[in-house]
Design a protein around this ligand. Structure first.
Ligand SMILES: [Zn+2]
Length: 394
């Protein structure tokens, strides 16, 4: 007998095969031992949930967040509304450095508690896996503090957290850039590699150049950290080219990719992680068509962070992806599940409903997937199941 059966879903969105939603109508799904054990016809189980009139699909996978930080940047939000740009605010001591100061002052316990509240919220909006970056410490001590908090959070709540080392998020104010890059390479990456799966760099004018980013990511690779890149977010800075050259698993933002960058990303099978929350807050309009026409797989994430995207809800991100980036609802669902799974190197374990995969499943209070972006701002999530265990119920 199965542990749990979810019966009669109006739409069971399997995401199998990839590049299609794989919708089964009036279908059921069962779970045993935390894995998907049956799809299609109903099967007897110890516990049953009736999903008549509802959508059942894989949990959302958020492939890009800066979940752990101290303070807030509501004041800068106001400055931006009054007309200051992201760069102008950063030049006056605001921006990332503002959050770095607040994060350095915060204790491990304070960071744990604030992030725990955020994770509970994300869970109720259907996120079952989340990538989490360090990057607001910018010193060995504070970056390790953040990575340890991620590890503790992973053990303490149902969302699976995937840690990324982003020591190269910015240059700390007390150091020269060259000196900091040496510290990253000689001290920080070797130690951070024990806690992280990926290494990320903010490759951007005024932050790390393409050549500097390459050095840092190559060092990460030496210590087993797969490369990710904040690429071409504010200007065309060589990030997409580097992503392709180094074989990054994803290039994130990609608002201003060059033609050559797109070509190299395609060749290296790099996934473009688009971040529509940031596009909303900073007024960016990425050319998604260029990427799609080139055959680059698209994932979407929240980029949750205190400066440019204080949005953690994946249904809202899906809505924004449709409205701002002109993804169709189907493309946005694929981008927030199976493609996000691949952007985290987890495509064989999560992101679709297939036999043997982890039972990360959500039940939604809508009868068609098209209603997810349409009822913008409305939380459609009724039940969240993480690795077979109901984690968030109505
Ligand atoms: Zn980011």
């Amino acid at each position: 007998m199965e542990d749990l059966s979810i019966l009669n879903a109006s739409e069971l969105i399997t995401l199998n095969p990839i590049e299609g939603l794989g919708i089964l109508k009036n279908a059921s799904i069962s779970i045993k031992g935390g894995k998907i054990s049956n799809i299609g016809l109903p099967k007897l189980a110890k516990k049953e949930i009736d999903a008549k009139g509802k959508v059942v699909m894989p949990g959302f996978i958020d492939p890009h967040t800066h979940l752990i930080f101290g303070g807030s940047r509501a004041n800068e939000f106001e400055l931006r509304i009054k007309g200051k740009t992201y760069e102008e605010i950063a030049n006056c001591g605001g921006g990332i450095i503002n959050t770095v100061n607040a994060t350095r002052e915060a204790s491990e316990k304070e960071l744990f508690e604030s992030a725990m509240g955020r994770l509970n919220y994300a869970l109720c909006w259907g996120t079952t896996t989340m990538e989490v970056k360090s990057g607001y410490g910018l010193s060995l001590r504070d970056e390790l503090k953040i990575l340890k908090v991620i590890k503790k959070l992973n053990d303490a709540q149902p969302i699976t957290l995937i840690p990324t080392f982003l020591g190269a998020h910015e240059i700390p104010p007390e150091k020269k850039k060259g000196e900091y890059i040496q510290e990253l390479i000689n001290e920080m990456i070797p130690k951070a590699s024990k806690f992280a799966k990926f290494c990320d760099v903010f490759c951007e004018k005024g932050v790390f150049t393409k050549e500097e980013a390459k050095k840092i990511l190559q060092c990460g690779l030496k210590f087993g950290l797969k490369p990710k890149i904040h690429a071409d977010e504010l200007s065309s800075s060589g990030g997409s080219e580097l992503a392709g050259e180094i074989g990054a698993i994803s290039a994130d933002h990609v608002v201003y990719p060059s033609f050559q960058g797109i070509k190299l990303m395609k060749k290296a099978e790099t996934i473009a992680v688009l971040l529509p929350g940031t596009c909303l807050f900073l007024g960016h309009k990425p050319s998604v068509k260029k990427l799609i026409d080139a055959g680059i797989p698209i994932a979407i994430g929240s980029d949750f962070n205190p400066g440019s995207s204080p949005i953690l809800s994946m249904p809202i991100i899906i809505g924004l992806a449709c409205i701002l980036l002109k993804l169709t609802p189907a493309q946005a669902i694929i981008a927030s599940t199976i493609n996000s799974a691949y952007a985290l190197g987890l495509g064989n374990r999560i992101g679709s409903l297939e036999l043997g995969k982890d039972a990360d499943i959500i039940i939604l209070n809508v009868s068609s997937y098209k209603e997810i972006p349409y009822w913008f701002g409305f939380n459609p999530v009724q039940t969240v199941i993480c690795r077979g265990e109901p984690a968030c119920l109505p």
